[in-house]
Design a protein around this ligand. Structure first.
Ligand code: CLF
Ligand code: SF4
Length: 523
């Protein structure tokens, strides 16, 4: 099975796709840090015989590498309020600090304010390696503010990778500017390659100074998206595609989207669940369009395996998110707080810290490799060669099982088999522990969120939730507290197989789980 994170092997295979874009644009002219249009992309200059320049671009980008997302942080600056299209799942008027979804933001910034904020965050969070502009509108519908911010940052914070996210409508005309500012990572949201389907997702676009509606609007958007993707590939920009899974509208169609974007050299495909509660005030929310269940999302993602590499660790961030994916520290960096901060942007200190983080990440990788051998032996002994189960993990970062059950606002979900412990998603939950006490009425919703899992790995858990989880058929596991996640999951899996083999337990399939809409961000 193909891994969902970008492993060295995936990157090596991807090199060929990047080196042979179907785009007709001429290669070269991008940034000094290189791209597929350069011959060095095809060289064997990096770890495990992988192009160094591609490895350098992804190894500490938390969105482009699943492994990196346990260790490295990103931040967004909300400098792009306007949008040139309307999506039926978006309402940018909505602003709630308890919400975590794209398009939502508390404080819009000028480029100067944004740059100051980035330097402040970089001095406080040295593992923050990526600055993204992801709204709250469309980064490229606000080109002056977006590129003004990027230009200043490439001068003042040259070690920070620049990233932007766009709906793609204005993309082809902006590719030169993107390359000029050394923006090596671009995300395009592509929900369809069939304008008939697109017309159900996009009521209008703003094009050539007028509003265009219906299938014609979707056709223009589609053509711009494909052209933009081809141009970025030709220029060696690592392009990620985000797709929103909308049940009954584009669910199966996303398999075709995956195929089409792979053909055009997309580096990663991120299939995300629709968020559509009525109180968000979006068209889909108000008309009762539901989002997918956990298993519906996984089924489409699994069906795309073998196509473009999949990203499954997206947290559908706010346009002003700060921190590791899955945490949001934006409240610590409001404009008034930044004014009072002593900002010291020390690039050497940042690099030294990041080297330590990288060493920890390598240790996590090695622990996973070692644990795989044990899982393989145990599953063979148990006659469970094809067994795959899901486990939920409570973690606050560093790739370890290091969070108390009651303190988790999300669980990371791993699919464990004798071959691997594969990150397949996350589930947001309400905090169980509030003000030092367990909130028993939260338990059913937490169980619903991880109901498809056989076990939950935590650093600690109280007696009451332990009993409730057991009654629901989910095994609470504390034995691997502070171990690396994959090692813990694989070791638990080996033990599980052993218990099945000895007859101590009988393996049973689990049911579906609910993807929670929105999130409580903090206690
Ligand atoms: Fe931001 Fe996006 Fe860059 Fe990441 S987010 S602009 S690629 S730095 Fe990442 Fe957030 Fe998912 Fe986006 S988890 S919403 S995929
Ligand atoms: Fe909202 Fe983004 Fe769609 Fe614009 S492109 S309407 S900001 S989701």
């Amino acid at each position: 099975m193909q891994s969902a994170y970008i492993s060295l092997g995936d990157l090596k295979a991807h090199r060929n796709a990047l080196a042979e874009p179907i785009a007709s644009e001429s290669a070269g002219g991008c940034s000094s840090s290189g791209g597929a249009g350069k011959s060095s992309c095809g060289s064997s200059g990096g770890p495990d015989d992988m192009p160094t320049e591609i490895w350098d671009k992804v190894k500490n980008h938390p969105c482009y590498s699943e492994e990196a997302h346990h260790h490295f942080a990103r931040m967004h600056v909300a400098v792009a309020p306007a949008c040139n299209i309307q999506c039926n799942y978006c309402n940018r008027k909505y602003d709630c600090s308890n919400e975590s979804r794209p398009g939502v933001v508390s404080q819009k910034l000028t480029p100067d304010q944004a740059v100051k904020k980035v330097l402040a965050v970089a001095s406080e969070i040295p593992q923050m390696t990526v600055l993204g502009i992801a709204g709250p509108g469309d980064a490229l519908a606000n080109p002056k503010k977006t590129f003004d911010t990027m230009r200043q940052l490439s001068e003042k914070a040259p070690d920070i990778k620049l990233c932007l996210s766009t709906n793609g409508l204005a993309l082809p005309e902006m590719v030169d500017e993107i390359c000029k500012h050394n923006i090596d990572h671009v995300t395009i949201t592509i929900n369809m390659v069939d304008p008939e389907i697109g017309a159900k997702i996009y009521p209008w676009i703003f094009w050539n100074h007028q509003r265009v509606t219906g299938v014609e609007a979707a056709r223009i958007l589609h053509e711009q998206q494909m052209r933009g993707l081809e141009m970025l590939t030709a220029r060696g920009v690592l392009t990620k595609i985000n797709s929103v899974l909308i049940p009954g509208i584009n669910d199966e169609h996303l398999i075709e989207v995956n195929r089409e974007v792979k053909k055009r050299g997309a580096f990663l495909h991120n299939i995300m669940p629709l968020i559509s509660e009525a109180e968000h005030g979006t068209h889909f929310g108000l008309t009762g369009q539901r989002g997918p269940t956990a298993q519906e999302l996984k089924a489409v993602q699994d069906a795309c395996m073998g196509g473009a590499n999949l990203m499954r660790h997206c947290r559908q961030c706010r346009a002003d998110a700060v921190g590791l994916l899955g945490e949001d520290r934006s409240e610590e960096f409001t404009l008034d707080k930044i004014e009072e901060m002593d900002i010291v942007y020390d690039i050497d200190k940042r690099r030294a810290y990041q080297e330590k983080v990288e060493a920890e990440r390598q240790a996590q990788h090695q622990a996973k490799v070692d644990a795989l051998a044990d899982a393989l032996d145990a599953s063979l002994i148990a006659g469970q060669e094809d067994l795959k189960v899901l486990v939920a993990v409570a973690t606050e970062g560093q790739g370890r099982v290091n969070q108390h059950f009651g303190h988790a606002t999300e669980f990371q979900i791993f699919e464990v088999s004798r071959k691997e412990a594969l990150f397949v998603g996350h589930r947001r939950v309400d905090l169980y522990c509030q003000g030092g006490y367990g909130e028993d009425e939260q338990l059913p919703s937490i169980v619903n969120a991880i109901n498809d899992c056989h076990a939950v790995l935590v650093s600690k858990i109280g007696a009451c939730p332990r009993d409730e989880l057991k009654a629901a058929g989910i095994e609470p596991v504390e034995e691997y507290a502070h171990e690396f996640i994959e090692k813990a999951a694989l070791t638990w899996f080996a033990d599980y197989c052993g218990r099945v083999a000895s007859g101590a337990i009988v393996h049973q399939e689990r049911g579906d789980a609910r993807i929670r809409q929105g999130a409580v961000m903090a206690a």
